[in-house]
Design a protein around this ligand. Structure first.
Ligand code: F6P
Length: 341
């Protein structure tokens, strides 16, 4: 079989580990050939390919990003997009696709599967918000980067008796904020799933100062104040209709300073959370996803996504990955609240 591989959406650490595992096992054990499609769905749409064999994937295990490139291209938003994909798959002799992506990329894969394209999905996102898998790779790396930043911010906050707000990624789901805030000893954690009260946040800030600690406030970019809307700097939409988030951290620092009289500054971690080398956990998870994805393709089990259930890698229907978002359970958030203030 000749199998096309693509990585779509926001990149994340571990993508190269998946690609390497797919190609290594696919070539060595099953004798399949591979075609790398460049830049997400733009690759099959525009016939942008690159060589993908064992040689091309040597040395990439610890490398962040993706050797295939990525984009947020949505072929369903382009006139004749699906026909062009079919034509390019035929022209490159590609029988099937392995699509590595998050909500949007796997959403496209699900629709293509329904149209008869042979596809297997691999779940990726630092946000960890894909349904029907316990974890996505990239999340652990992002959390560790955020925790290191929080640890560093604690020491400088203490020296200057300031409140420091850390804005982390998480558009709809607060997984990165929750995990990094808990691991980093935050004075409060604000997530998109639970609207927050500014008065309450200021009380938590003040109570931390009272016991001679400088508060670190961890806020997910998609967190929303009770009396307002999501804070966004840029209203432009991507091909999947998402706005570019960021802005809540600065806004929160200004409000805290104005209301408490304590100096407050903000740090936006942004794409630092998505860059660089994956943690060992993510390398192993991504590698296992890759190994199971190529076996699913070899067995012709199309329309499936590989997923982590407990410690097992299983196959689930592709459609189940995107039918809803995996949000932070209120009970889990409640557990963390004991440390607030
Ligand atoms: O979906 C992953 C993610 O990192 C989100 O947390 C974030 O909102 C978004 O991508 C940022 O995307 P971009 O790099 O395209 O601005």
């Amino acid at each position: 079989m000749r199998i096309g591989v693509l990585t779509g959406g926001g990149d994340c650490p571990g993508l190269n580990a998946v690609i390497r595992a797919v190609v290594r096992k696919g070539e060595k054990e099953y004798g399949h050939e591979f075609v790398g499609f460049r830049d997400g769905w733009r690759g099959p749409l525009e016939g942008l390919t690159m060589t993908l064999d064992i040689q091309a994937t040597r040395g990439i295990l610890p490398r962040g990003g993706t050797i295939l490139g990525s984009s947020r291209t949505n072929p369903f938003k382009i006139d004749g997009g699906i026909d062009r994909i079919r034509e390019n798959l035929a022209a490159t002799g590609v029988d099937a696709l392995i699509a590595i992506g998050g909500e949007d990329t796997l959403g496209v894969a699900t629709k293509l599967d329904a149209l008869g394209v042979k596809v297997i999905g691999v779940p990726k996102t630092i946000d960890n918000d894909l349904n029907n898998t316990d974890y996505t790779f990239g999340f652990d790396t992002a959390v560790n980067i955020a925790v290191e930043a929080i640890d560093r911010l604690h020491t400088t906050a203490e020296s200057h008796h300031r409140a420091l707000v850390v804005e982390v990624m998480g558009r709809h789901a607060g997984w990165i904020a929750l995990h990094s805030g808990l691991a980093g000893g935050a004075a409060c954690i604000l997530i998109p799933e639970q609207k927050f009260s500014l008065d309450q946040v200021c009380q938590w800030v003040e109570s931390r100062f009272k016991v001679n600690y400088s508060p670190i406030i961890v806020v997910a970019e998609g967190a929303i104040p009770q009396d307002g809307d999501m804070v966004i700097k840029d209203q432009t939409l991507d091909a999947f209709g998402h706005v570019k988030l960021s802005g809540i951290g600065d806004w929160l620092a200004q409000e805290i300073e104005a209301r408490t009289g304590k100096e407050a500054r903000s740090t936006v971690l942004g794409h630092i959370q998505r860059g660089g080398t994956p943690t060992a956990f993510d390398r192993v998870l991504a590698t296992r996803f890759g190994l199971h994805a190529i076996t699913a393709a070899h067995e012709g089990d199309w329309g499936k996504m590989v997923a982590l259930h407990g410690t097992n890698i299983v196959r689930v229907p592709l459609a189940s990955a995107t039918e809803k978002l995996k949000l932070v359970d209120p009970a889990l958030y409640k557990e963390a609240e004991i440390f607030f203030g």
